[in-house]
Design a protein around this ligand. Sequence first.
Ligand code: SAH
Ligand code: DHB
Ligand code: MG
Length: 224
Amino acid sequence: MSVDEGLLREIDGYIESLFGEQDEALRAALEESRRAGLPEIQVSANQGKLLHILAAASGARRVLEIGTLGGYSTIWLARALPRDGVLISLELREHHAGVARRNIERAGLSGRVEVRVGDARERLAELAGQGGVFDLIFIDADKTGYPEYLEWSLRLSRPGTLILADNVIRGGAVLDAEDEVSRAVRRFNRVLAEDPRLSAVILPILRERVDGLAIARVRGMPQS
Ligand code: SAH
Ligand code: DHB
Ligand code: MG
């Protein structure tokens, strides 16, 4: 099995040149993240645009992100919020959170975004304890945590909530690889497919390699 990765990058670049318009704040977020030594593993511009459209189309007012890094995806998502909307983003590393807060401030989004530091499991338990409910949840932290993050996400959802997850294909590794990360993501994808509370699909995403974005909707009464 082989794909022409050069062609994939060209196609992604073509789409980005048409639709992935990045303004100064987004470019600065990438530049400052690189300068601060963060790994360059944020979503692509096209994927950021897709996250933005999904958040806007669902009318999300309360968004939860698991895995902030330098706040690049955070900015795309937060820009879809109404003025009184809220985005809470969870990040393990203080250093990443600091870079993200500066990037979010520069983008003029500090009023709508809160970055909370610590292991997402602990922060998620707190949110659930407070009865938090979100309209859209974007899972993008450590991949071995995905099955657990999905359980918390369901507790923090209402009928109609969108649960999104990055990196669910991993260059095809999830098809059959037996490393810990691939197993965890495969388990996550299977739960998405089989849990009767969810209606889900995976959209292939072109990056340096083929990856995927999971899109799941929490089913509601009376519509499915
Ligand atoms: N969503 C970002 C990319 C996130 S990269 C974007 O697209 O712009 C994954 C992030 O998850 C990293 O910053 C990493 O530090 C964080 N992370 C890893 N394990 C975590 C955990 N247990 N809890 C919270 N964050 C975690
Ligand atoms: C990694 C994490 C991500 O969220 C991503 O989109 C790409 C790579 C990583 O941990 O390597
Ligand atoms: Mg990711």
